[in-house]
Ligand binder design. Structure first.
Ligand code: AMP
Ligand code: ZN
Length: 441
């Protein structure tokens, strides 16, 4: 298999023998640990508590001695407590929705933006991008890393970038058609929606020049890939990432389409048992834990992603040696991704607790209708409210809808249900019914 040859694809790094790669990772891990120990009080405190000094980390094989970092740490240290450099060195903030109404923010130095750009550029190159390409970026621009991340990578490749941002299907298709976009970057569900709308709007798919797409930011399936490839007559590639580590491009598919190569010269990946935190060997399914080894602004030590997957270090037919991660098959927490937005049931719960007249019993029902996610929030009324007037009940419904939109960032359909109609459970209550079939849990 031939990998497109341009300046971004660097076999010296991407096809490095694994022993040399380990040496590089060891050197970078040592530097990262020394840097955060000296500059981030929380890391120093955690390491002291665990009885680990920077000099105990001689190489990558010592990584499991380090304490984990969790999403709650980003929330507790919000906004700048995890910075390892003076604020003046930070040139960018990006964020994603967190466990409360507040976003999780990540600070980038110039170096970190560069590292991230390189990772995305490699991803796009692997999907066939080059100078001649016209790349339509349909991820949202803003705090969310999708838009700017893809934009930077596409610019680095030297392609012509169309910074569409998300939404406005008609306009997306018109630009794709008229400008002759050759690559598309967006969430897989929106890409399918675009592919279906194209026909409904009377376009002839043959008039489009699209040849490939990098799709990510949410879980998807092989069936969705087949559908996308057929709808647009393209190669559809998976791309993975998260704000805490950088953004999209942490891992990407190559033409073998058999797992995503993790950019291991920048990010070290482990799989751990989600219950015990014990490291698991390659090939076993568990929680992905990532450590940044080249970031300076807000490095992450052993970050618990809560994403479940399998790592594969066997040789890949493309020649790249970096370990491959499988599709995400589930989450170890209850995070949902709805229309590309991370949603935690606890955020919805916090909204409901502030609204008189409803009980804290709810159920989230997620469906995918015409390739678009639909979130229904079923909420129980209290006995008093249940006997109230229709107008009052409608008022509550509107208030919940508005609050969810503003706190969680997604539009939901609120359905008020009679008292005690949501099933009670004796153990952990079941709050989610996800009918999208995206995970294998
Ligand atoms: P965010 O930081 O808001 O971009 O969200 C990151 C999360 O999105 C990850 O932890 C994953 O759960 C999910 N995600 C990103 N890319 C993918 C992908 N290609 N497949 C499945 N889930 C993904
Ligand atoms: Zn490969």
């Amino acid at each position: 298999m031939k990998i497109s040859e341009n300046k971004i694809y660097d076999p010296a790094i991407e096809c490095m023998d694994r022993e040399s790669l380990r040496a590089l990772q060891s050197e970078r891990l040592r530097a990262t640990v020394a840097h955060v120990y000296a500059n981030v009080p929380v890391y120093r405190q955690r390491m002291d508590e665990a009885g680990v000094k920077p000099e105990d980390i001689r190489g990558i094989e010592d990584i499991s001695k380090l304490p984990f970092t969790n999403k709650t740490d980003l929330r507790d240290q919000f906004p700048f407590g995890l910075l390892a450099v003076p604020q003046s060195e930070i040139v960018r903030i990006q964020g994603s929705s967190g466990t409360t109404g507040k976003p999780i923010v990540s600070g980038y130095t110039e170096n970190d933006v560069e590292v991230w750009t390189e990772m995305v550029a490699r991803s796009l190159t692997s999907a066939g991008a080059g100078k001649e390409d016209i790349i339509q970026v349909t991820y949202g621009y803003g705090l969310f890393t999708g838009g700017l991340g893809a934009h930077q990578g596409a610019s680095r490749v030297g392609a012509m970038v169309i910074p569409m941002s998300s939404g406005n299907t008609q306009r997306q298709l018109m630009m794709m058609h008229d400008l002759g976009s050759t690559m598309l970057c967006c969430t897989p569900s929106y890409a399918i929606f675009l592919g279906e709308s194209l026909r409904e709007m009377g376009y002839d798919p043959k008039e489009f020049r699209l040849k490939s797409g990098c799709f990510g930011a949410e879980p998807w399936t092989e069936e969705m890939r087949e559908k996308l490839e057929e709808l647009f007559d393209i190669n559809a590639y998976n791309i993975y990432g998260l704000t805490e580590i950088a953004g999209p491009g942490v891992a990407f598919e190559c033409p073998a389409k058999n797992g995503m190569h993790i950019n291991e010269d920048h990010v070290y990946a482990e799989i751990v048992d989600p219950a015990t935190g014990e490291p698991l060997p390659y090939g076993e399914s568990g929680e992905l834990v990532l450590t940044t080894i080249s970031k300076t602004g807000m490095p992450m030590l052993r970050y618990r992603t809560h994403d479940i997957c399998v790592l594969d270090e066997t040789p890949c037919s493309c020649g790249r040696t970096h370990v491959r991660m499988s599709r995400i098959t589930g989450r170890t927490d209850d995070m949902l991704i709805i229309r590309g937005v991370n949603v935690f049931p606890s955020q919805i719960e916090s909204v409901l607790l502030q609204i008189p007249g409803v009980a804290p019993h709810y159920m989230l029902v997620v469906d995918r209708i015409n390739s678009t996610d639909r979130l229904e929030v079923q909420v129980e009324l209290t006995d008093e409210m249940f006997s109230d007037t229709v107008a009052d009940i409608q008022k509550i419904k509107n208030r919940i809808t508005e609050q969810i939109k503003s706190v969680v960032g997604v539009a939901a359909i609120v359905k008020l249900v009679p008292p005690k109609s949501i099933p009670r459970s004796e153990g952990k209550s079941k709050r989610i019914i996800d009918n999208r079939g995206l995970t294998s849990k």
